[in-house]
Design a protein around this ligand. Structure first.
Ligand code: SAH
Length: 249
């Protein structure tokens, strides 16, 4: 067996061990934890390490993305009514209320990796939802502007981001089809809800050399990655995905 395969096998065994140990530790939901505080219950941290091990097993390699997702307490972004030990760090989307979901960790990592962020990049997100993806972008060094159309979710995202210490992320209650002209152009744009086609307004708000990633389509959707190079738009289709629709007001 090649050295890499042996290493990979050892890695998988270690990851499974971490997950098995994590699943044996009983713990309740933690509420009211403040910014920057460690988890009151070590079980959450173990689950989070298990999630990161799985992201690596799924070939996410970008170190800042893995470090960010290893640090951010995904469980506190899931409203208490929907949070439990099995869903908070599982590789699955999870309800956050108002008929919306926090995205699957693998897709969050994949889309963030594809944006190839540099520290200080100005990034626009459409669909703040729980605020989790915005926190991942911020932990990767981006200056984040995020728009959410459902006022209750925008308030939730703001409150969790404040509690976790992300006061520099800007949250706007509004319609993402309009973008955020006051702060444009952006180095990168990410949509976490699916339009039928990429809105021209968003392409217009992308900087020269900028990247945009969005799930596109109704029913059947694909991730689309768009780049603006020397005034030209290059577009490539990527993974099939399933996101909530980007709605119009
Ligand atoms: N990024 C989120 C997941 C968002 S789910 C997270 O990390 O939790 C998609 C979100 O897009 C939902 O909250 C939905 O209300 C929002 N949305 C749908 N259409 C929108 C629009 N036109 N403008 C802004 N937000 C929109």
């Amino acid at each position: 067996m090649a050295g890499f395969e042996i290493w990979a096998l050892g890695f998988c065994r270690r990851a499974m061990l971490v997950m098995a140990v994590a699943s044996m530790i009983p713990f309740a939901n933690s509420y009211g934890e403040g910014a920057g505080k460690p988890d009151a219950d070590a079980g959450w941290a173990l689950r989070r390490q298990g999630m990161v091990a799985q992201l690596k097993a799924y070939h996410i390699t970008n170190a800042p993305v893995l470090a960010a997702m290893g640090r951010i307490r995904r469980h506190v972004f899931i409203p208490a009514a929907y949070r439990d030990v099995d869903n908070a760090y599982a590789d699955a989307a999870c309800p956050i209320g108002c008929g919306q979901t926090i995205s699957q960790p693998y897709i969050v990592a994949y889309m963030t990796e594809k944006l190839a962020l540099k520290p200080g990049d100005k990034v626009l997100e459409i669909g703040a939802g729980s605020g989790y993806q915005a926190a991942v972008l911020a932990e990767c060094g981006a200056d984040v502007y995020t728009i959410e159309i459902v006022p209750e979710l925008a308030r939730h995202a703001r409150a969790v981001l404040d509690a976790e210490g992300y006061r520099r992320i800007h949250v706007l209650t509004g319609d993402g089809y309009k973008g955020w002209p006051e702060y444009s152009p952006f180095d990168a744009i990410i949509a976490t809800c699916a339009p039928e086609e990429i809105p021209k307004t968003l392409v217009d708000q992308l900087k020269e050399g900028g990247r945009l990633i969005a799930p596109v389509g109704r029913g059947f959707q694909r991730l689309v990655i768009l780049r603006k190079q020397r005034g030209q738009i290059e577009q490539e289709e990527d993974l099939p995905v399933r996101f909530v629709p980007m709605v119009r007001k």
